[in-house]
Each structure stands twice: as structure tokens, then as C-alpha cells.
Design a binder for this molecule. Structure first.
Ligand code: ZN
Ligand code: ZN
Ligand code: ZN
Ligand code: ZN
Length: 138
């Protein structure tokens, strides 16, 4: 009798798990609260109306991380000069860790871009130095 009861409880908990999983599956993949109504054309997530940008035809996550130059692909990096989010098609890699956008690159040329990035790095280093000096003096 006791064993039967245990089995019954086990079965029931499986059923409950199933129901919960199904419910979660039908909810918006971003907020997890509302019913999915739209499919994002960029990432393919199914999302509710709140999490969907109708004009752009994509979810809010993609619309926020969209390349600011072509506005079609997902951005993966930020331009070191103007700060725009850019996709692989719209960026130019300057070195291992730094990229600039197509616009800045066309405007400034490789030398100009390099100079600005280096100036920035130097001034940031100086800022850090100053910060540490002040920090140590305290
Ligand atoms: Zn949502
Ligand atoms: Zn998306
Ligand atoms: Zn782009
Ligand atoms: Zn730029």
C-alpha cells in the first residue's frame, strides 16, 4: 500500500512537471510572462507583443543590439571611436581587441583611426595612473 502511494506521488509529480514545461514553452521567450505572438526574424525567438518591435519585425533584444550602420544584422562589437554598435559586415578590425565602424574607417582612413585609438588608450592610461596615485595618497 505504501509503495503504491509512493508511485502515485511520483507519477503525479511527473505530470505536474510536464504541465509546467508546456506552459513555459508557450510563453514569450524573453519575459516568460505573456503569450508568444510574434517570431523574430533575426534570432527566431518567439515573443509577446510587449517584447516585439513591430516596425522592425524583430524582438526587443535584437532591436537593441542591432547594427547601427546597416540596421539589418546583429551587432557584435562597438566602434572604438564613435561608440556605435556594429555587425561583422560593418566593422573594420584594427587589431586583436579593437574594431571601428565602417563609417569612421572611411572618414578617417587607417592611419587616422589608429591615431585616435592610440590617443584614447594613452589618455585612459593616464587617467588610470592618476586614479591610482590619488587612491594611494589617501
Ligand atoms: Zn514578452
Ligand atoms: Zn530577436
Ligand atoms: Zn551592419
Ligand atoms: Zn565609428
Amino acid at each position: 500500500m505504501n509503495e503504491n502511494k509512493e508511485n502515485y506521488v511520483k507519477k503525479l509529480s511527473f505530470i505536474i512537471d510536464d504541465i509546467l514545461a508546456n506552459n513555459i514553452e508557450k510563453k514569450c521567450e524573453i519575459c516568460g510572462k505573456k503569450e508568444r505572438k510574434n517570431k523574430c526574424r533575426i534570432c527566431g525567438r518567439e515573443v509577446c507583443n510587449d517584447c516585439y518591435n513591430k516596425e522592425k519585425g524583430m524582438c526587443i533584444v535584437c532591436s537593441e543590439t542591432l547594427c547601427e550602420i546597416c540596421k539589418r544584422r546583429n551587432a557584435v562589437e562597438r566602434c572604438q571611436i564613435c561608440g556605435k554598435l556594429v555587425c561583422p559586415d560593418c566593422m573594420v578590425r584594427i587589431d586583436k581587441s579593437r574594431v571601428v565602424c565602417r563609417d569612421c574607417y572611411e572618414k578617417l582612413g587607417l592611419d587616422g583611426v589608429r591615431r585616435i585609438i592610440e590617443d584614447k588608450a594613452i589618455s585612459e592610461n593616464l587617467k588610470m595612473k592618476k586614479f591610482f596615485q590619488e587612491f594611494c595618497e589617501k
